[in-house]
Design a protein around this ligand. Structure first.
Ligand code: F6R
Length: 614
């Protein structure tokens, strides 16, 4: 949902901004732009439809001098992706340039008012309206840009992370945020501002996360000057950045997505590190220690999430109900926020989000908090908005996920939910100690089994060759493998643009079976022990209608294997842990199909990594 970067210091701003945009390009990639204030106080703005590399070509023969600048990579909300709608946007006088991530919901009303007073607009964006509103306040109230920004933001509804530069002020950046994320890096005699810490890694390790409705003046040679938009002075809280360069680079893989798929033995191990104690037969989840009583006494657990995180939530609901005997409801955050949900003060709401910035999930959290529920977070990005607004939480520790299609975050989320389910069962005695020991022991083996799954996945390339020209695919699974089917289908449609559906296998006969013919690949996740025979019958039903059968089975399987055109074997494990293994070949399948179809795997069309708008 748009990436923003800004720099001020002694170095040339342009290479730092471009490099920063490249690291943020996962957030949006339909247009890009940069504004630089050179030493002659000229404000040079270059912007173009396309990727950051297009911006680089565009600026080849241009003046890119300057030690202060702002830059933006866009995921279009208001107005189609084109050169005019690209950021930065400039005020009527040409003095102020602004970049923006977010949506100004009341921009049409503000635009009308400004138009009535003679303002004209070139773009269809809410951002051009905002920069002119700020300049209007500056001129009419005779205040400096910092104050004008603060006052103007009081008239704005919606979400924003903005940075402004102004002619005549080569030593100052003004920034503010609400809803959309923003972090400031503090170097020796330089400052960086960005949507997340990735552009700052390697530059400085001292960072300040700006809170909602805060405005900041970043001036060379001075401390950060931080205020709320209500004019309350704030003290910046400087933290140490916990990211390294290696974790945000491709490390020899062709794509971030492939790297992230192959990282999963390590990331799942990292998720469980210090929490799963196989030797002691015990789980400790420090982040939620103070809330254990609330969880044990919860009337309901409600999990809110979107997309892949919602699929992880479905796996989690299955595990928590089975192991801990507590009722769990899983909700799309986007629906939950608008449908007057029944929430009791003794409910525990768990918000799951890789980015920790998803607007719908944040809104769902607010509703749950208003109703007095305890709200816990399961996030990947440390210091993200969701991790800060929840009462407590558990980080997934999967490391930065840069491929737009989520992979390692999913397995990390499932690993957290698995530990949570077992831990609640440990506390409430819903399972005997001996069973808990078995579950913990087996969970400890999962990273190694993920490694084995990856090593056995060569067959996936042949299946990808077979499937690369298909127009549709169906994924079927039962119980905890139903979310795996949904996730497999989502991965395929996101990055290869093949239409795919996931269903609970038994639902097929209620409609989707009409689609089966010899052109329809059907991917079965057939690892469950308890419903194995049922799934065998479903496979037979597809075979009888000449569908192409691809199945993910447990090693040693005979029946499904015999009926399948292609088989992927995963190591034997607790059937409830199958999602941690069975998802892996489906991620690889989507990846290889997308590569064979020539798709941009890491930056699929129309998508963005962090959905900070509704
Ligand atoms: C799918 C994908 C999205 C996200 C969804 C929620 O590959 O990446 O469906 O899972 O936008 O994002 P988070 O988890 O950041 O809240």
């Amino acid at each position: 949902m748009c990436g923003i970067v800004a720099y001020i210091g002694k170095r040339d701003a342009y290479p730092i901004l471009i490099n920063g945009l490249k690291r943020l390009e996962y957030r949006g990639y339909d247009s890009a732009g940069v504004a630089l204030l050179n030493d002659n106080d000229e404000l040079n703005i270059y912007k173009t439809k396309g990727k950051v590399s297009d911006l680089e070509s565009f600026t080849n023969d241009k003046d890119i001098n300057g030690h202060i600048g702002i830059a933006h990579t866009r995921w279009a909300t208001h107005g189609e992706p084109n050169d005019i709608n690209a950021h930065p946007h400039i005020s009527r006088s040409g003095n102020i340039a602004l970049i923006h991530n977010g949506i100004i919901e009341n921009y049409l009303t503000i635009k009308k008012e400004l138009q009535n007073r003679g303002y004209e607009f070139k773009s269809s964006t809410d951002t051009e309206v905002l920069v002119n509103l700020i300049e209007d306040v500056q001129l009419t109230q005779k205040v400096d840009l910092f104050e004008a920004t603060r006052i103007a933001l009081n008239h704005v509804n919606g979400a924003y992370a903005i940075v402004l530069i102004e002619k005549g002020h080569p030593d100052t950046l003004i920034a503010a945020r609400k809803g959309s994320p923003m972090v400031i890096g503090i170097g020796g005699d330089e400052f960086f501002i960005a949507s997340d810490a990735t552009p700052i890694v390697g530059m400085t390790s001292r960072v300040v996360y700006i809170e909602n409705e805060e405005v900041v003046k970043v001036r060379l040679g001075e401390e950060l000057h931080l205020k709320t938009i209500d004019d309350v002075e704030m003290t910046p809280y400087i933290q140490e950045l916990q990211l390294n360069l290696e974790s945000i680079e491709k490390g020899g893989f062709d794509h971030f997505m492939l790297k992230e798929i192959y990282e999963q033995p390590t990331t799942v191990r990292d998720t469980m590190r210090g929490r799963l104690h196989a030797d002691l037969g015990k789980i400790t989840l420090g982040g939620i220690f103070d809330y254990e009583k609330k969880i044990l006494n919860a009337r309901n657990i409600i999990i809110v999430a979107c997309g892949t995180s919602w699929h992880a939530a479905l796996v989690g609901s299955y595990l928590i109900e089975l192991y801990a005997g507590i009722r769990v409801k899983v909700e799309y955050a986007s629906e939950f926020r608008y449908r007057t949900p029944v929430i009791f003060p003794d409910d525990v709401v768990i918000a799951i989000s890789q980015s920790g910035e998803t607007a719908d999930t944040l809104a769902a959290i607010e509703i749950a908090k208003d109703k007095g529920a305890t709200v816990l977070g399961i996030c990947n990005v440390i210091g993200s908005s969701i991790s800060r607004v929840t009462d407590a939480g558990i980080y997934t520790h999967a490391g930065p996920e840069i491929g737009v299609a989520s992979t390692k975050a999913f397995t990390a989320q499932v690993a957290v939910l698995t530990m949570l389910a077992i831990h609640i069962a440990e506390l409430n005695g819903h399972l005997p100690k001996s069973r808990i020991m078995e579950l913990i022991h087996e969970l400890d083996l999962i990273p190694q089994k993920i490694q084995t799954t990856l090593e056995r996945s060569d067959i996936v390339k042949d299946i990808a060759e077979e499937m690369k020209d298909c127009h549709n695919a169906i994924y079927l699974g039962r119980l905890q493998n139903y979310p795996v089917a949904l996730e497999g289908a989502l991965k395929l449609k996101e990055i290869s643009y093949i239409h795919a559906e996931g269903y609970p296998a038994a639902e097929m006969k209620h409609g989707p079976i009409a689609l089966i013919d010899n052109d329809m690949p059907v991917i079965f996740i057939a690892t469950n022990k308890s419903t194995y025979e049922k799934v065998v019958s479903n496979v037979q039903e597809v075979k009888a209608r000449h569908g192409k059968i691809i199945s993910v089975v447990t090693e040693g399987d005979i029946l499904v294997k015999e009926m399948s055109d292609y088989v992927i074997e995963i190591p034997d494990t607790e059937c409830t842990y199958a999602p941690l293994l069975a998802t892996i070949p489906l991620q690889l399948l989507a990846y290889h199909i997308a590569v064979k179809r020539g798709c941009n795997v890491d930056q699929p069309r129309n998508l963005a990594k962090s959905v900070t708008v509704e």
